[in-house]
Design a protein around this ligand. Structure first.
Ligand SMILES: Nc1ncnc2c1ncn2[C@@H]1O[C@H](COP(=O)(O)OP(=O)(O)OP(=O)(O)O)[C@@H](O)[C@H]1O
Ligand SMILES: [Mg+2]
Length: 300
């Protein structure tokens, strides 16, 4: 089982959009058993795949909906409130992933959605011993034989900023993808991100080092001189890490976020659509990094 963490401390660089695109590609196009984990208390990825419960009270914040398998009269579920989220991993609760009905009613994509209030509690831990437990916990969970058997691929969407949750996602991964925008602040923060990954490697054996799938340039505007020159800089300074696919700033990506977007998936846009063409290139690149250069040849 491969575990891909999509991460960048910078906000708004495309983590959720790329996670979503990859989830659709691997589950529908590649028919791989895929688990998406939303570790961001903003719940952005969860909103894209599930009808989340946005509590009016405000205190609870956004929660996952009642699980379709839950039956309040079933004594087996006496200790369960019917909702399951990625936060339960850290509270050692029972974990019931949700089958994503979209895209295409595929039976290959599950999600462990976020729970705003509970993830915020995890994020705000300030006792060193608890922080360390959080940092190790996702890795422990994903190492369970049941989880290893159930999925070919786990894709983790992380929130912006530095937090025990982001570190937990890094510790749990086999591979990492770093979406970036070609803005000075974002580029400046890259060296720090790479050293964080190398620091994580120091805890690991040679065979289990974190594989950097790529630094993924996103929202590239061809007419912006700054974008071109920063792309050059990144390609020079981080040569071995930069993805060969540059994702342009295209409405085809952003428009998929709307609840009523038609079609909801990029992959259902016409074959000539620019965003779709680029998304396929991007996914095939990630696929080759995760599963080997010949993955497509075999599939074809
Ligand atoms: N290539 C692109 N072209 C145009 N818009 C894009 C592109 N990639 C992402 N976006 C849009 O940019 C916004 C931010 O993207 P996204 O939510 O994926 O970033 P994020 O890194 O997950 O943000 P956060 O750090 O808040 O979680 C969204 O509105 C998304 O639709
Ligand atoms: Mg996000």
């Amino acid at each position: 089982m491969k575990v891909l963490t999509v991460t960048n401390r910078k906000g708004g660089v495309g983590k959720t959009t790329q996670t979503r695109t990859l989830c659709e590609y691997f589950s529908v196009t590649r028919r791989m058993s895929t688990l998406a984990i939303d570790l961001d208390s903003q719940c952005s990825l969860s909103h894209l795949f599930l009808d989340m419960d946005v509590s009016q009270a405000g205190e609870q914040g956004t929660r996952p909906p009642i699980h379709p398998d839950y039956n309040s009269e079933d004594p087996d579920y006496a200790d369960w409130n019917g909702r399951s989220s990625s936060a339960d991993i850290f509270f050692h609760g029972e974990i019931f992933p949700y089958r994503v009905q979209y895209p295409d009613g595929a039976d290959t994509l599950d999600i462990l959605p976020a729970n705003k209030q509970q993830l915020t509690t995890v994020e705000e831990q300030d006792q060193p011993s608890l922080i360390e437990r959080v940092e190790n916990r996702l890795r422990e969970f994903l190492s369970l034989p049941d989880v290893q058997e159930a999925y070919d691929l786990v894709i983790i969407d992380t929130g912006p900023g530095e937090s025990p949750l982001a570190r937990s996602a890094l510790r749990a991964c086999t591979h990492v993808l770093i979406p970036i925008e070609l803005e000075p602040q974002c580029v400046r923060a890259l060296s720090e991100m790479i050293s964080e990954i190398r620091h994580e490697d120091m805890r690991r054996t040679l065979e289990t080092q974190v594989q950097v799938v790529g630094i993924q340039p996103n929202k590239f505007k061809v007419r912006r001189t700054l974008h071109k020159s920063l792309l050059n800089t990144v390609q020079k300074e981080f040569k071995q890490y930069v993805s060969p696919v540059v994702l342009p700033d295209l409405s085809g990506f952003a428009e998929r976020d709307a609840d009523l977007a038609v079609p909801r998936s990029l992959f259902h846009l016409p074959p000539s659509n620019k965003a779709k063409i680029k998304a396929v290139e991007f996914c095939e690149f990630v696929d080759s990094k995760l599963f080997g250069e010949t993955a497509h040849a075999k599939q074809a």
